[in-house]
Design a binder for this molecule. Structure first.
Ligand code: FAD
Length: 473
């Protein structure tokens, strides 16, 4: 036995590294184990989010949106640019540099907080011991009072479209195309499929999204998802709903996919195919047979509301446990667990985890949708405000979408904020802050919002809940 820690964290994604930093801040002797080897062949901290998820996808979304604006809408402002072109390797290089800076930043933060980092594979043994297999294959066994499992998730593979990371790629491969595909197929109209489809569509790819479900974005408020379907389709994303993939065949540099729709068997040929049908928990070789940690029926580590597993002193957080697969959910679970280990009475409000889809316009929400509240029999009042009536949105030439505020009809308490439009993610966060403090629609309506801002659309939608909107008839 080489060393004993108060806390050992397995995995340095946004769940694991945040848990490790918080534990160290609270005076606990903490270690964090990470095995991921980044593009430069070195251990890269930050998990899926920093290396191949949130950050690189947003870097490409922002680059591609700038290209799209220069190409499509600068002329509205009277700006002419001549021919606009894109150099994909430079765009990818910029993205890689951001990833490098941020993952290096996580290493510096862990060091500054006194967290010991082990590079290699971590495995929980019985009795809260952890075996670390280093990059050289050597093993050592560590002991801990508490272990936090934060091993994350990886893309789901589907037999009809096996990923080769050349022609058929997953979300990771889709962040590294070397040129813009002429025709791009995307399997799955979820968050990742829509974001990555948008990146390459803005750069000129003809994009078809093949989605098995009949409903578009079923987790979103129906009014918002209908509007989003219209706006994204208008932008050129061809979204096929009720289309079930049955097979794919790679020939040369292209792939022909087969799928069935209500009209029968269909085929399309693409230059690249992105498979984005969801993610599954990573638990391979994470737990020794006698570790005693239970899993649920879907392969997630089973935890209670405080992320405690079936073994006292062993916790699990983030994508490897139930709930939304989101970086901010993973991080807050990490903070909660570290604080509980240190004896604090921390808890998390799982009802107020914001969701964002970073298309343009963004789609974001917090709390419950109109259809969910109606299904529960809750009486509600709804206020909406379109960005088409916002002076700030007009000035920015960014008027698609709306803000929707839903409040309890009896108490006026805000139960949901749903936005499609410019800065939707930031507006929804304002709603979340209010909701965390139990705001009523009237409270939001009585607050002073800066003019002219996109936020005024939230103000007006809150006023509209009780019929007081000023700038819409
Ligand atoms: P991960 O980030 O997956 O980290 C787990 C880490 O554990 C990995 O580094 C892995 O190598 C390591 N590990 C696993 N097993 C072991 C082991 N046995 N030993 C040592 N190390 C191990 N979420 C958002 O909130 N916003 C977004 O905009 C967003 N965009 C996304 C875009 C894409 C393309 C993708 C794929 C995901 C996106 N996500 C986004 C989801 C987000 O990345 C995840 O929810 C988040 O990373 C989960 O954090 P985690 O710490 O649970 O796991």
């Amino acid at each position: 036995m080489s060393d004993k820690f108060d806390v050992i964290v397995i995995g340095a994604g946004p769940g694991g590294y945040v848990a490790a930093i918080r534990a160290a801040q609270l005076g606990l002797k903490t270690a964090c184990i990470e095995k991921y080897q980044g593009k430069e062949g070195k251990t890269a901290l930050g998990g899926t989010c920093l290396n191949v998820g949130c950050i690189p996808s947003k870097a490409l979304l922002d680059s591609s949106y700038k290209f799209h604006e220069a190409h499509e809408s600068f002329n509205v402002h009277g700006i002419s640019t001549g021919e606009v072109s894109v150099d994909v390797p430079t765009m990818i290089g910029r993205k890689d540099q951001i990833v490098k800076n941020l993952t290096g930043g996580v290493a510096a933060l862990l060091k500054a907080n006194g967290v010991t980092v082990f590079e290699g594979h971590g495995k929980l043994l019985a009795g809260k011991q952890v075996e670390v297999t280093g990059l050289d294959g050597n093993t050592q066994t560590l002991a801990a009072e508490n272990v936090i499992l934060a091993s994350g998730s990886k893309p789901v593979d589907i037999p009809p479209a096996p990923v080769d990371q050349k022609t058929i790629v997953d979300s990771t491969g889709a962040l590294d195309f070397t040129s813009v595909p002429g025709k791009l197929g995307v399997i799955g109209a979820g968050v990742i499929g829509l974001e990555l489809g948008s990146v390459w569509a803005r750069l000129g790819a003809e994009v078809t999204v093949i989605e098995a479900m009949d409903k578009f974005l079923p987790a979103a408020d129906e009014q918002i998802s209908k509007e989003a379907f219209k706006v994204l389709s208008k932008q050129g994303l061809k979204i096929l709903l009720g289309a079930r993939l049955t097979g794919s065949k790679v020939e040369g540099d292209q792939v022909t996919v087969s799928y069935t729709t209500a009209e029968g068997e269909q085929q399309q040929t693409f230059d690249k195919l992105i498979v984005a049908v969801g993610r599954r928990p990573v638990t391979t070789d994470l737990l020794a047979a006698d570790a005693g940690v239970d899993m649920d029926e879907r392969g997630f580590i089973f935890v209670d509301d405080y992320c405690a597993t079936s073994v006292p002193g062993v916790y699990a957080i983030g994508d490897v446990v139930r709930g939304a697969m989101l970086a901010h959910k993973a991080s807050e679970e990490g903070v909660m667990v570290a604080e509980r280990i240190a004896g604090h009475k921390a808890q998390m409000n799982y009802d107020l985890i914001p969701s964002v889809i970073y298309t343009h316009p963004e789609i974001a929400w917090v709390g419950k949708s109109e259809q969910a509240l109606k299904a529960e029999g809750v009486e509600i009042n709804v206020g909406t405000f379109p960005f088409a009536a916002s002076g700030r949105a007009m000035a920015a030439n960014d008027t698609a979408g709306l803000v929707k505020v839903i409040a309890d009809a009896k108490t006026d308490r805000v139960l949901g904020v749903h936005v499609m439009g410019p800065s939707a993610a930031e507006l929804v966060q304002q709603g979340a802050i209010g909701m965390e403090f139990g705001t009523s629609a009237e409270d939001l309506g009585m607050m002073v919002f800066s003019h002219p801002t996109m936020s005024e659309a939230l103000h007006e939608a809150a006023l509209a809940v009780n019929g007081h909107a000023i700038h819409i008839a």
